[in-house]
Design a protein around this ligand. Structure first.
Ligand SMILES: Nc1ncnc2c1ncn2[C@@H]1O[C@H](COP(=O)(O)OP(=O)(O)O)[C@@H](O)[C@H]1O
Ligand SMILES: [Mg+2]
Length: 269
């Protein structure tokens, strides 16, 4: 050991478990996410992916184990405290205030997401306004700022959730199936937004079934099954992992993914 110990990972999950009665939705799970990294999480429905996000973001407390953010134990903090500590998330289904404009939704994130507010002040300050505008520009939805949220198309609603999360100025962004139900072209737009967010220095954990999206964006991939980790490694190694192919991808999807990745490698030299 040198005098200056290495910085701890941004997020560290240590033997984390969540039980619903007899069901272990997340079972003795340990993994780290480094600063600036993109970790992709895949796995069949019911694998425990969303539950893991609930535990990290504090919406549902872990039954056991520890969750550390930059070495600080956040396992028992409230969702507000965890948000203020620098963790933001988006949801599998669209969440937001339908009757507000897009910009007002993002302002909610900017206003409440960044510090404790015991008594709301009368006006939203310059900093919150700036954070909201920056976040909308980051994901490219400035043009929809004044539209009513409930009337936005699905793609814009997904991007709006990302903007609201980014307005809290997080260190870590958790995204739960950000391209579920989108067309290929729409998926590309979300992919660009994720790359922009990443380039702004935010660490990301993505849950996604759309494997092309997951493997293109992730530095590392973790596959879950029955609450456990069955694979952790480089995206390129997924298709060669027998267990992943058997329990999740299936041979056909795995072959298509392999061709797709070889195609990418050829295209980029
Ligand atoms: N609040 C809850 N109460 C009881 N069971 C739950 C609850 N939330 C999730 N589960 C169960 O936990 C398992 C994991 O669910 P989930 O985390 O949503 O999986 P995934 O996101 O990977 O599809 C499923 O069997 C699900 O039915
Ligand atoms: Mg889920």
């Amino acid at each position: 050991m040198t005098a200056t110990a290495a910085a701890p990972p941004l997020l560290s999950c240590r033997n984390v478990g969540k039980f619903f009665g007899a069901l272990a939705a997340v079972d003795d799970l340990s993994f780290d996410v480094g600063i600036g990294e993109v970790l992709g999480i895949g796995g069949p429905n019911g694998a425990g992916k969303t539950t893991l996000f609930e535990l990290i973001s504090g919406l549902n407390p872990a039954s056991r184990g520890h969750i550390l953010l930059s070495g600080r134990d956040i396992t028992r903090l409230t969702p507000e405290q965890i948000c203020h500590a620098g963790v933001a998330r988006t949801f599998q289904l669209n969440a937001g205030f339908d009757s507000l404009t897009a910009r007002e939704n993002v302002l909610v994130g900017a206003y409440f997401g960044r510090e404790n507010r015991i008594l709301p002040s009368f006006r939203i300050g310059r900093q919150a306004n700036e954070a909201a505008d920056e976040a909308m520009a980051l994901v490219g939805i400035e043009a929809s700022a004044n539209r009513i949220t409930g009337k936005l198309p699905v793609l814009e609603r997904k991007l709006l959730m990302m903007a609201s999360a980014m307005a809290t100025r997080p260190k870590l962004l958790l995204m739960d199936e950000p391209v579920g139900g989108l067309t290929a072209k729409e998926t590309d737009r979300v992919m660009r937004a994720v790359r922009t967010i990443r380039a702004s220095g935010v660490t990301i954990i993505l849950i996604e079934h759309v494997m092309r999206f997951l493997v293109q964006l992730s530095d590392r991939v973790m596959i879950m099954h029955h609450g456990e980790k069955i694979f952790e490694g480089l995206p390129g190694n997924l298709v060669n992992d027998r267990t992943v192919v058997d329990v999740y991808l299936g041979q056909g999807a795995s072959d298509r993914l392999r061709s797709f990745m070889q195609e990418k490698v050829r295209a980029h030299g």
